[in-house]
Write a protein that binds this ligand. Sequence first.
Ligand code: GLU
Length: 286
Amino acid sequence: MSAYRGRLAPSPTGLLHLGHARTFWTAHERTKAEEGALVLRNEDLDRARCKPEFVTAMIEDLAWFGFQWREGPDCGGPFGPYTQSERFAWYEQAFETLRGGGFLYPCACSRQDVLRALNAPHAGEDEPVYPGTCRQRALPNGAWQAAKVNWRFRVRDGETVRFTDGCYGPQAYAAGKDFGDFVVWRHDNVPAYQLAVVVDDAAMRITEVVRGADLLRSTARQLLLYRALGLEPPRFYHCPLLTDPAGRRLAKRHDSLSLRTLRNKGKLPADLRRAWKTGHFPRPTA
Ligand code: GLU
């Protein structure tokens, strides 16, 4: 076995669909080509949207499709637990490191990005750049504990974050323009997606993150967190998104393309994979 470690990181907020399967299959195949280990992580931080029945369905559907993971919530492994809601101690420690290092500030603004902070900002969901309203807001020592505040990571305006993506090549994103100060910890005591994913990918020794191209800008934010936490970042490989005939990213509205529905219709994973090569996808009916 090589040192390569890849991961599948679904959120159980609905049924997995063909778009997830295609991105995950890339992660699967890249891991296999490197004779590495594939990790399955259940990203269930958003308690309002994640449901236990979707966790069961996600494991069943991934297994049906032919995914083989070596570590995960169902089979354990050396870097568990593999369910985010059971990993608060890791997130709290990272939060304290960031706060102690002066990287964060409390923010009292209630904006859409605060509501959405627990989920990866997929296509069309990215937040507008935070105008920095609370940047200069100083709370008396200890007062933040009583206050219901969100914690934002302060970016260095004008800094360009660069990385080379395994699929898209050289990338450059400007802090303060392409993204702003982002939420890492929410007032209701939940870590944001951006922090949790970095902490877990590092703790689980992931060497390459494979995910959809709509998260390229999140990668820039995450690289700032790796640096602030003194962690070695993995490599990144972002995949082109599967879209419907109208050019929209596949999402839960495309129920007819959920793996569950396709399976019930008698489709075979090998045939679905063949369609990725030809571009003849089943047409969503919803
Ligand atoms: N749980 C996140 C999602 O479903 C993972 C994003 C990522 O791969 O970093 O979108």
